[in-house]
Design a protein around this ligand. Structure first.
Ligand code: ADP
Length: 182
């Protein structure tokens, strides 16, 4: 059974087996969480990302997939990079956002990581509304078949923390939408 916890803070200061990076498909760094992870984690992470670009991910990491590297100087063993979808008002990309969470947990299981710290993927530069991202992220983690003991969402501000807390406290809706199960 995976425990889901929420903290308000800076992901790059977390102690965990693995820290998830909301990367872009280039894997070569960016703004937001990505920039912060590379700044605090040091050049070893970028070196490992360059190796991935030169081998398995010549075309970049596709949206919804995940891959691990060293965590460099961070207080973690691994960074798991995943590429969230850009928010769209006209196209439902929630399956890709759920896939990010599932794929990160699959990679964590392969590594043997038992504690995994996530940011609110896609809610920054990729503009996904935080309450909806919280709903998708929490459902994906709750439904995942994983050996990870703790999934910790590290939210950068009070608003994101409140949105995740509200969603975590909400009774689950059944996927089948059974009457009375709301
Ligand atoms: P994306 O491109 O997937 O939207 P961003 O990095 O732009 O990713 O933002 C994802 C979320 O992470 C945003 O809610 C942003 O406020 C938050 N964030 C930015 N820096 C940090 C950090 N150091 N720790 C935790 N969350 C962060």
């Amino acid at each position: 059974m995976t425990r889901i916890t929420l903290v308000r803070g800076d992901l790059t200061r977390e102690h965990a087996d693995a820290i998830v990076n909301a990367a872009n498909s280039s894997l070569l760094g960016g703004g937001g969480v990505d920039g912060a992870i590379h700044r605090r984690g040091g050049p070893a992470i970028l070196d490992a990302c360059r190796d991935l670009r030169a081998s398995r991910y010549g075309g970049g990491l596709p949206t919804g997939q995940a891959v691990a590297t060293t965590a460099g100087a961070l207080a973690a063993r691994w960074v798991i990079h995943t590429v969230g979808p850009v928010w769209s008002a006209t196209e439902d990309r929630s399956g890709l956002l759920a896939a990010c969470h599932r794929q990160c947990l699959r990679v964590a299981d392969e590594l043997g990581a038992r504690t995994v710290a996530f940011p609110a993927i896609s809610t920054g530069v990729y503009r996904w509304p935080v309450p909806d991202a919280a709903r998708i992220a929490l459902a994906a983690v709750r439904d995942a078949d994983t050996e990870v003991a703790e999934v910790r969402f590290v939210l950068f501000d009070d608003r994101a923390h409140a949105a995740f807390a509200a969603e975590l406290g909400r009774p689950r809706r059944s996927a089948a939408g059974d009457p009375g199960d709301a």
